[in-house]
Design a protein around this ligand. Structure first.
Ligand code: NAP
Ligand code: ZN
Length: 352
Protein backbone atom coordinates (compact mmCIF):
# COMPACT_ATOMS: atom_id res chain seq x y z
CA UNK A 1 0.00 0.00 0.00
CA UNK A 2 1.00 3.61 -0.53
CA UNK A 3 -0.23 6.84 1.04
CA UNK A 4 -2.07 9.14 -1.34
CA UNK A 5 -2.55 12.84 -0.73
CA UNK A 6 -5.59 14.61 -2.11
CA UNK A 7 -8.65 16.67 -1.32
CA UNK A 8 -11.96 15.27 -0.04
CA UNK A 9 -15.43 16.40 0.94
CA UNK A 10 -16.27 15.18 4.45
CA UNK A 11 -19.99 15.90 4.03
CA UNK A 12 -22.39 17.46 1.54
CA UNK A 13 -22.21 20.90 3.06
CA UNK A 14 -18.55 21.32 4.00
CA UNK A 15 -15.80 22.52 1.65
CA UNK A 16 -13.28 20.08 0.23
CA UNK A 17 -10.10 19.92 2.32
CA UNK A 18 -6.77 18.02 2.42
CA UNK A 19 -7.15 14.27 2.94
CA UNK A 20 -4.68 11.37 3.12
CA UNK A 21 -5.72 7.80 2.24
CA UNK A 22 -4.35 4.42 1.07
CA UNK A 23 -3.92 3.12 -2.49
CA UNK A 24 -3.30 -0.57 -3.17
CA UNK A 25 0.11 -1.81 -4.25
CA UNK A 26 0.01 -2.62 -7.99
CA UNK A 27 -1.22 -6.13 -8.78
CA UNK A 28 0.01 -8.15 -11.75
CA UNK A 29 -2.45 -6.43 -14.13
CA UNK A 30 -2.25 -2.94 -12.61
CA UNK A 31 -0.73 0.32 -13.77
CA UNK A 32 0.46 2.87 -11.15
CA UNK A 33 0.05 6.46 -12.30
CA UNK A 34 1.52 9.73 -11.07
CA UNK A 35 -1.44 12.10 -11.56
CA UNK A 36 -0.32 15.35 -13.21
CA UNK A 37 -3.71 16.98 -13.89
CA UNK A 38 -7.36 16.25 -13.14
CA UNK A 39 -10.36 18.00 -14.70
CA UNK A 40 -13.27 19.29 -12.64
CA UNK A 41 -16.59 17.85 -13.87
CA UNK A 42 -20.00 19.09 -12.76
CA UNK A 43 -20.61 15.47 -11.67
CA UNK A 44 -17.86 15.97 -9.06
CA UNK A 45 -19.85 18.85 -7.61
CA UNK A 46 -23.18 16.94 -7.74
CA UNK A 47 -21.49 14.06 -5.90
CA UNK A 48 -19.42 16.03 -3.37
CA UNK A 49 -22.58 17.89 -2.34
CA UNK A 50 -24.70 14.71 -2.36
CA UNK A 51 -27.11 16.20 -4.90
CA UNK A 52 -27.70 12.70 -6.27
CA UNK A 53 -27.91 11.21 -2.76
CA UNK A 54 -25.93 8.24 -1.52
CA UNK A 55 -22.49 9.89 -1.55
CA UNK A 56 -20.01 8.05 0.68
CA UNK A 57 -17.79 10.35 2.77
CA UNK A 58 -14.96 11.18 2.78
CA UNK A 59 -15.42 11.66 -0.98
CA UNK A 60 -12.38 12.26 -3.21
CA UNK A 61 -13.88 13.25 -6.60
CA UNK A 62 -12.11 13.40 -9.96
CA UNK A 63 -12.53 11.31 -13.12
CA UNK A 64 -10.66 13.29 -15.76
CA UNK A 65 -7.20 12.01 -14.90
CA UNK A 66 -3.98 12.32 -16.88
CA UNK A 67 -0.50 11.43 -15.75
CA UNK A 68 2.59 9.31 -16.20
CA UNK A 69 3.08 5.60 -15.54
CA UNK A 70 5.41 4.99 -12.58
CA UNK A 71 5.14 1.18 -12.29
CA UNK A 72 3.42 -1.74 -14.00
CA UNK A 73 2.51 -5.22 -12.77
CA UNK A 74 4.17 -8.30 -14.28
CA UNK A 75 1.24 -9.14 -16.59
CA UNK A 76 0.81 -5.65 -18.04
CA UNK A 77 1.54 -5.61 -21.77
CA UNK A 78 0.16 -2.33 -23.12
CA UNK A 79 1.97 0.18 -20.88
CA UNK A 80 5.49 0.89 -19.68
CA UNK A 81 7.01 3.23 -17.10
CA UNK A 82 7.06 6.80 -18.43
CA UNK A 83 4.02 6.46 -20.74
CA UNK A 84 1.48 9.30 -20.79
CA UNK A 85 -1.92 7.89 -19.86
CA UNK A 86 -5.46 8.80 -18.91
CA UNK A 87 -8.18 7.38 -16.66
CA UNK A 88 -11.82 8.37 -17.03
CA UNK A 89 -15.00 7.58 -15.13
CA UNK A 90 -14.48 3.81 -14.80
CA UNK A 91 -11.73 1.72 -13.20
CA UNK A 92 -13.27 -1.77 -13.49
CA UNK A 93 -16.17 -3.86 -14.80
CA UNK A 94 -17.01 -7.58 -14.95
CA UNK A 95 -15.41 -8.01 -18.41
CA UNK A 96 -17.67 -10.93 -19.30
CA UNK A 97 -21.29 -9.72 -19.69
CA UNK A 98 -22.81 -8.90 -23.06
CA UNK A 99 -22.22 -5.15 -22.58
CA UNK A 100 -18.53 -5.61 -21.66
CA UNK A 101 -18.14 -8.04 -24.59
CA UNK A 102 -19.35 -5.26 -26.89
CA UNK A 103 -16.94 -2.73 -25.39
CA UNK A 104 -19.75 -0.92 -23.58
CA UNK A 105 -18.37 -1.25 -20.05
CA UNK A 106 -20.43 1.76 -18.92
CA UNK A 107 -23.50 -0.48 -19.27
CA UNK A 108 -21.86 -3.51 -17.54
CA UNK A 109 -24.72 -5.75 -16.40
CA UNK A 110 -22.90 -6.40 -13.14
CA UNK A 111 -22.22 -2.72 -12.54
CA UNK A 112 -19.06 -0.92 -13.59
CA UNK A 113 -16.74 0.41 -10.88
CA UNK A 114 -16.75 4.20 -10.92
CA UNK A 115 -13.45 6.00 -10.41
CA UNK A 116 -14.79 7.40 -7.14
CA UNK A 117 -17.49 6.39 -4.70
CA UNK A 118 -17.97 2.85 -6.08
CA UNK A 119 -17.61 -0.37 -4.05
CA UNK A 120 -13.99 -1.46 -3.70
CA UNK A 121 -12.94 -4.72 -2.02
CA UNK A 122 -9.76 -3.25 -0.51
CA UNK A 123 -10.84 0.10 0.87
CA UNK A 124 -14.65 -0.01 1.00
CA UNK A 125 -15.12 2.36 -1.93
CA UNK A 126 -13.02 4.07 -4.59
CA UNK A 127 -11.21 7.41 -4.34
CA UNK A 128 -10.83 9.60 -7.43
CA UNK A 129 -8.37 11.82 -9.17
CA UNK A 130 -8.16 14.88 -6.89
CA UNK A 131 -5.01 13.19 -5.58
CA UNK A 132 -1.36 12.64 -6.35
CA UNK A 133 -1.45 9.05 -7.67
CA UNK A 134 -3.78 6.16 -8.56
CA UNK A 135 -3.53 2.44 -9.31
CA UNK A 136 -5.82 1.09 -12.08
CA UNK A 137 -6.12 -2.23 -13.91
CA UNK A 138 -4.64 -2.09 -17.38
CA UNK A 139 -7.94 -2.49 -19.26
CA UNK A 140 -9.18 0.87 -17.91
CA UNK A 141 -6.06 2.90 -18.69
CA UNK A 142 -6.05 4.94 -21.92
CA UNK A 143 -3.06 5.84 -24.07
CA UNK A 144 -2.45 9.56 -24.56
CA UNK A 145 -0.67 10.45 -27.80
CA UNK A 146 -1.03 14.25 -27.62
CA UNK A 147 2.23 16.13 -26.96
CA UNK A 148 3.13 16.19 -23.26
CA UNK A 149 2.93 19.99 -23.24
CA UNK A 150 -0.83 19.71 -23.98
CA UNK A 151 -1.49 17.23 -21.19
CA UNK A 152 -3.56 19.49 -18.90
CA UNK A 153 -5.95 20.27 -21.77
CA UNK A 154 -6.29 16.55 -22.56
CA UNK A 155 -7.66 15.75 -19.07
CA UNK A 156 -11.26 16.88 -19.79
CA UNK A 157 -11.43 14.56 -22.79
CA UNK A 158 -11.60 11.65 -20.33
CA UNK A 159 -15.16 12.60 -19.31
CA UNK A 160 -16.42 15.71 -21.13
CA UNK A 161 -14.86 14.46 -24.38
CA UNK A 162 -16.17 10.90 -24.33
CA UNK A 163 -19.60 11.85 -22.94
CA UNK A 164 -20.20 14.06 -25.98
CA UNK A 165 -18.33 11.90 -28.53
CA UNK A 166 -20.29 8.72 -27.75
CA UNK A 167 -23.81 10.10 -28.50
CA UNK A 168 -22.55 12.11 -31.49
CA UNK A 169 -21.22 8.86 -32.98
CA UNK A 170 -24.19 6.75 -31.90
CA UNK A 171 -26.60 9.15 -33.65
CA UNK A 172 -24.32 9.28 -36.72
CA UNK A 173 -23.53 12.97 -36.68
CA UNK A 174 -21.45 14.07 -39.65
CA UNK A 175 -21.51 15.98 -42.95
CA UNK A 176 -25.06 16.91 -43.90
CA UNK A 177 -26.50 16.78 -40.36
CA UNK A 178 -27.69 19.82 -38.43
CA UNK A 179 -26.72 19.42 -34.79
CA UNK A 180 -27.55 21.48 -31.72
CA UNK A 181 -25.39 21.53 -28.59
CA UNK A 182 -27.26 22.87 -25.55
CA UNK A 183 -25.26 24.36 -22.64
CA UNK A 184 -21.77 25.62 -23.42
CA UNK A 185 -19.96 24.39 -20.32
CA UNK A 186 -17.38 21.63 -19.88
CA UNK A 187 -19.32 19.02 -21.84
CA UNK A 188 -20.96 21.44 -24.27
CA UNK A 189 -17.79 23.15 -25.44
CA UNK A 190 -16.34 19.73 -26.27
CA UNK A 191 -19.60 18.80 -28.01
CA UNK A 192 -19.26 21.86 -30.26
CA UNK A 193 -15.63 21.07 -31.09
CA UNK A 194 -16.29 17.39 -31.79
CA UNK A 195 -19.49 17.88 -33.84
CA UNK A 196 -17.67 20.50 -35.91
CA UNK A 197 -14.69 18.19 -36.43
CA UNK A 198 -17.09 15.41 -37.52
CA UNK A 199 -18.33 17.72 -40.27
CA UNK A 200 -21.81 18.64 -38.97
CA UNK A 201 -23.52 22.04 -39.18
CA UNK A 202 -23.37 23.04 -35.50
CA UNK A 203 -25.69 25.37 -33.61
CA UNK A 204 -24.68 26.26 -30.03
CA UNK A 205 -27.49 27.00 -27.57
CA UNK A 206 -26.51 29.07 -24.57
CA UNK A 207 -28.20 31.06 -21.84
CA UNK A 208 -25.14 33.34 -21.75
CA UNK A 209 -25.04 36.05 -24.44
CA UNK A 210 -21.41 36.58 -23.38
CA UNK A 211 -20.47 33.15 -24.82
CA UNK A 212 -21.58 34.01 -28.39
CA UNK A 213 -18.14 34.86 -29.79
CA UNK A 214 -16.50 31.99 -27.95
CA UNK A 215 -19.02 29.49 -29.28
CA UNK A 216 -18.25 30.59 -32.85
CA UNK A 217 -14.52 30.26 -32.13
CA UNK A 218 -15.09 26.76 -30.72
CA UNK A 219 -16.55 25.73 -34.09
CA UNK A 220 -20.26 26.60 -33.98
CA UNK A 221 -21.73 27.77 -37.29
CA UNK A 222 -24.54 29.59 -35.48
CA UNK A 223 -25.30 30.60 -31.89
CA UNK A 224 -28.76 30.84 -30.33
CA UNK A 225 -29.42 32.50 -27.00
CA UNK A 226 -32.04 30.08 -25.74
CA UNK A 227 -33.84 32.66 -23.58
CA UNK A 228 -34.76 34.59 -26.78
CA UNK A 229 -37.95 33.01 -28.19
CA UNK A 230 -37.59 34.60 -31.63
CA UNK A 231 -34.11 33.09 -32.03
CA UNK A 232 -35.50 29.70 -30.95
CA UNK A 233 -38.50 29.90 -33.31
CA UNK A 234 -36.21 30.54 -36.25
CA UNK A 235 -34.89 26.96 -35.88
CA UNK A 236 -38.24 25.13 -35.44
CA UNK A 237 -38.44 21.62 -36.94
CA UNK A 238 -34.93 21.79 -38.38
CA UNK A 239 -32.49 19.65 -36.33
CA UNK A 240 -31.43 16.08 -36.98
CA UNK A 241 -29.91 15.80 -33.53
CA UNK A 242 -29.58 17.84 -30.34
CA UNK A 243 -27.17 17.02 -27.52
CA UNK A 244 -28.39 18.57 -24.27
CA UNK A 245 -25.67 18.96 -21.61
CA UNK A 246 -27.48 21.33 -19.23
CA UNK A 247 -26.81 20.55 -15.55
CA UNK A 248 -30.07 22.08 -14.24
CA UNK A 249 -33.80 21.33 -14.55
CA UNK A 250 -35.35 23.13 -17.55
CA UNK A 251 -38.13 22.97 -20.16
CA UNK A 252 -37.17 20.23 -22.64
CA UNK A 253 -40.06 21.03 -25.00
CA UNK A 254 -38.33 24.25 -26.02
CA UNK A 255 -35.71 22.02 -27.70
CA UNK A 256 -37.93 19.09 -28.76
CA UNK A 257 -39.85 21.54 -30.98
CA UNK A 258 -36.64 22.29 -32.86
CA UNK A 259 -36.22 18.67 -34.03
CA UNK A 260 -37.37 17.74 -37.51
CA UNK A 261 -39.37 14.56 -38.20
CA UNK A 262 -37.43 11.56 -36.83
CA UNK A 263 -34.97 13.87 -35.10
CA UNK A 264 -33.55 12.97 -31.69
CA UNK A 265 -32.45 14.79 -28.58
CA UNK A 266 -30.06 13.05 -26.18
CA UNK A 267 -29.77 14.19 -22.57
CA UNK A 268 -26.45 13.81 -20.80
CA UNK A 269 -26.95 16.35 -17.99
CA UNK A 270 -28.16 14.83 -14.72
CA UNK A 271 -29.76 17.69 -12.77
CA UNK A 272 -30.38 17.52 -9.04
CA UNK A 273 -34.12 18.18 -9.58
CA UNK A 274 -36.13 16.51 -12.39
CA UNK A 275 -37.09 18.29 -15.61
CA UNK A 276 -40.80 19.05 -16.10
CA UNK A 277 -42.25 16.12 -18.05
CA UNK A 278 -41.96 16.78 -21.81
CA UNK A 279 -45.06 16.90 -24.05
CA UNK A 280 -45.97 13.53 -25.59
CA UNK A 281 -47.64 15.30 -28.53
CA UNK A 282 -44.29 16.85 -29.49
CA UNK A 283 -42.84 13.33 -29.62
CA UNK A 284 -45.56 11.50 -31.53
CA UNK A 285 -46.51 14.05 -34.17
CA UNK A 286 -43.07 14.08 -35.74
CA UNK A 287 -41.90 10.68 -34.45
CA UNK A 288 -39.21 12.44 -32.43
CA UNK A 289 -36.95 10.62 -29.97
CA UNK A 290 -35.84 11.71 -26.51
CA UNK A 291 -32.94 9.62 -25.21
CA UNK A 292 -30.03 9.53 -22.78
CA UNK A 293 -26.38 8.54 -22.91
CA UNK A 294 -23.79 7.58 -20.30
CA UNK A 295 -20.08 8.44 -20.79
CA UNK A 296 -18.71 5.86 -23.30
CA UNK A 297 -16.91 2.53 -23.48
CA UNK A 298 -13.15 2.12 -23.18
CA UNK A 299 -12.59 1.35 -26.88
CA UNK A 300 -14.56 4.41 -27.99
CA UNK A 301 -12.75 6.54 -25.39
CA UNK A 302 -9.45 5.49 -27.00
CA UNK A 303 -10.96 6.18 -30.44
CA UNK A 304 -11.97 9.70 -29.29
CA UNK A 305 -8.53 10.40 -27.76
CA UNK A 306 -6.81 9.29 -30.96
CA UNK A 307 -9.21 11.38 -33.09
CA UNK A 308 -8.50 14.42 -30.92
CA UNK A 309 -4.73 13.87 -31.10
CA UNK A 310 -4.87 13.52 -34.89
CA UNK A 311 -7.03 16.63 -35.27
CA UNK A 312 -5.32 18.81 -32.64
CA UNK A 313 -8.45 18.94 -30.46
CA UNK A 314 -8.05 19.94 -26.81
CA UNK A 315 -10.30 21.30 -24.09
CA UNK A 316 -10.24 25.04 -23.33
CA UNK A 317 -9.12 25.07 -19.72
CA UNK A 318 -8.39 27.23 -16.73
CA UNK A 319 -5.69 25.61 -14.60
CA UNK A 320 -6.13 25.89 -10.83
CA UNK A 321 -4.25 24.74 -7.75
CA UNK A 322 -6.32 22.30 -5.70
CA UNK A 323 -6.58 24.84 -2.91
CA UNK A 324 -9.00 26.77 -5.19
CA UNK A 325 -11.40 23.87 -5.76
CA UNK A 326 -14.21 25.27 -3.61
CA UNK A 327 -14.13 28.62 -5.42
CA UNK A 328 -14.07 26.73 -8.71
CA UNK A 329 -17.26 24.88 -7.74
CA UNK A 330 -19.02 28.18 -6.98
CA UNK A 331 -17.90 29.62 -10.31
CA UNK A 332 -19.02 26.48 -12.17
CA UNK A 333 -22.50 26.95 -10.67
CA UNK A 334 -22.59 30.44 -12.18
CA UNK A 335 -21.47 29.10 -15.62
CA UNK A 336 -18.33 31.17 -15.05
CA UNK A 337 -15.67 28.90 -16.49
CA UNK A 338 -14.04 28.86 -19.91
CA UNK A 339 -14.60 26.00 -20.22
CA UNK A 340 -13.15 23.48 -17.81
CA UNK A 341 -11.21 23.87 -14.59
CA UNK A 342 -8.23 21.51 -14.45
CA UNK A 343 -6.35 20.93 -11.21
CA UNK A 344 -2.57 21.11 -11.48
CA UNK A 345 -1.54 18.28 -9.19
CA UNK A 346 1.80 19.92 -8.36
CA UNK A 347 -0.30 21.91 -5.89
CA UNK A 348 -1.14 18.72 -3.97
CA UNK A 349 2.42 17.44 -4.06
CA UNK A 350 3.86 20.77 -2.88
CA UNK A 351 1.50 20.83 0.10
CA UNK A 352 1.94 17.14 1.07
P1 NAP B 1 -20.99 22.73 -16.64
O1 NAP B 1 -19.58 22.94 -17.06
O2 NAP B 1 -21.48 23.39 -15.40
O3 NAP B 1 -21.90 23.13 -17.90
C1 NAP B 1 -23.31 23.11 -17.86
C2 NAP B 1 -23.84 24.25 -18.73
O4 NAP B 1 -25.26 24.20 -18.70
C3 NAP B 1 -23.50 25.64 -18.22
O5 NAP B 1 -22.24 26.10 -18.62
C4 NAP B 1 -24.61 26.48 -18.85
O6 NAP B 1 -24.28 26.77 -20.19
C5 NAP B 1 -25.77 25.52 -18.87
N1 NAP B 1 -26.70 25.80 -17.74
C6 NAP B 1 -26.41 25.80 -16.43
N2 NAP B 1 -27.50 26.09 -15.70
C7 NAP B 1 -28.50 26.26 -16.58
C8 NAP B 1 -29.87 26.55 -16.46
N3 NAP B 1 -30.44 26.74 -15.26
N4 NAP B 1 -30.62 26.61 -17.58
C9 NAP B 1 -30.06 26.45 -18.79
N5 NAP B 1 -28.73 26.16 -18.97
C10 NAP B 1 -27.98 26.07 -17.88
O7 NAP B 1 -21.28 21.17 -16.41
P2 NAP B 1 -20.64 19.89 -17.18
O8 NAP B 1 -19.46 19.42 -16.44
O9 NAP B 1 -20.57 20.19 -18.61
O10 NAP B 1 -21.78 18.80 -16.90
C11 NAP B 1 -23.09 18.98 -17.42
C12 NAP B 1 -24.01 17.92 -16.86
O11 NAP B 1 -23.68 16.66 -17.42
C13 NAP B 1 -23.94 17.73 -15.34
O12 NAP B 1 -25.26 17.48 -14.86
C14 NAP B 1 -23.08 16.49 -15.20
O13 NAP B 1 -23.30 15.80 -13.99
C15 NAP B 1 -23.55 15.70 -16.38
N6 NAP B 1 -22.63 14.65 -16.85
C16 NAP B 1 -23.19 13.53 -17.37
C17 NAP B 1 -22.41 12.53 -17.90
C18 NAP B 1 -23.04 11.33 -18.53
O14 NAP B 1 -22.36 10.32 -18.72
N7 NAP B 1 -24.29 11.39 -18.94
C19 NAP B 1 -21.02 12.67 -17.85
C20 NAP B 1 -20.47 13.83 -17.32
C21 NAP B 1 -21.29 14.82 -16.82
P3 NAP B 1 -24.65 28.18 -20.87
O15 NAP B 1 -23.96 29.23 -20.05
O16 NAP B 1 -24.11 28.05 -22.24
O17 NAP B 1 -26.14 28.28 -20.85
ZN1 ZN C 1 -17.60 13.81 -15.53
Amino acid sequence: MTKAHGFAAQSGDTPLAPFTFDRRAPRANDVAIDILHCGVCHSDLHTARSEWEGTLYPCVPGHEIVGKVTAVGGDVTKFAVGDLVGVGCMVDSCQHCSACDEGLEQFCENGFTGTYGAPDPDFGYTFGGYSDHIVVREEFVLKVTHPETDLAAVAPLLCAGITTWSPLRHWKVGPGTKVGIVGIGGLGHMGVKLAHALGAHVVAFTTSESKRQDALALGADEVVVSRDQAQMDAHANSFDFILNTVAASHNLDAFMLLLKRDGAMTLVGVPEHPHPSPSIANLIFRRRTLSGSLIGGIAETQEMLDFCAENGILSDIEAIPIQEINTAYERMLKSDVKYRFVIDMDSVKAAA
